[in-house]
Write a protein that binds this ligand. Sequence first.
Ligand SMILES: [Zn+2]
Length: 287
Amino acid sequence: MQRAIISPENLRPSVETSLHNLIDYAYVVHTHPTIINAVMCANDAQQEVEERFGSEALYVEYTDPGYILFKKLQAEIRTYRKSYGSEPKIIFLQNHGIFVGANSPSEVKDIYKSVESRISEGKDLELPSGMMEAYQSELASIVSDHYASRNLVSKAFRSPLYSHFSANSDQYQKISRPFTPDIIVYCKSNYLFIEKGGKRKETGDSLKEFENTNGYFPKVLVEEEGGLIIIEESELSIRTVLEVFTDMMKISYLSEQFGGPHFMTGEQISFIDNWEVENYRRSVAKG
Ligand SMILES: [Zn+2]
């Protein structure tokens, strides 16, 4: 793939390039929409797809991304062709997203519309507002002091959607692990829940313990009945983490309509964690 790049030469091909090439339609559009991932990251994902789409869609269980996923999808598409005599137009990937293929852009759009309406059928997919507002708390200033000497910035936010998950530690469990590899890339795979009323000393200890256990500082901190505190290297990165984590909360909330949240397993998470490290090491080595 590296040799096939026309320009610019300094960019890497996406690990999903080969997946696009597998699907024999002129247009292949791959996305990770919230409403589709609400099903893909739910306990009843496969059952819901079978009931709502039948032979029209191909459902693929979670597989480590990259070459492994490419080989798995290649085999599944071959089986689908044999069974139905056609190319699948809709491919659902558990804990990941969707591929839609067709021979015209307008058909791709129509398929997307129909997928969303079939998922919504008979379901209440209303969400509390995810609009984040700035929030100040004692914990937010403790955290900001804690990281000040390391050139890290932190900001606290709140939204009605967030309050749903920060009410207590049981609620927090529903957003305590990542749903998809993309979430890990931006937010990492572990987050920190801080019980209300925590003092400076205890909070400092929790932050240190988190770092000792995981090897990195928490990017996402959930304060019980308080704010969502995001710690990052810049304001721009804070915005990105906020956006990705908000999407994750929406997915979790909506997944309740499809059997409840289904996180990536420890093994799947550790594959991505190590993959990320590899990528990072390579980029450092390159200087
Ligand atoms: Zn993807």
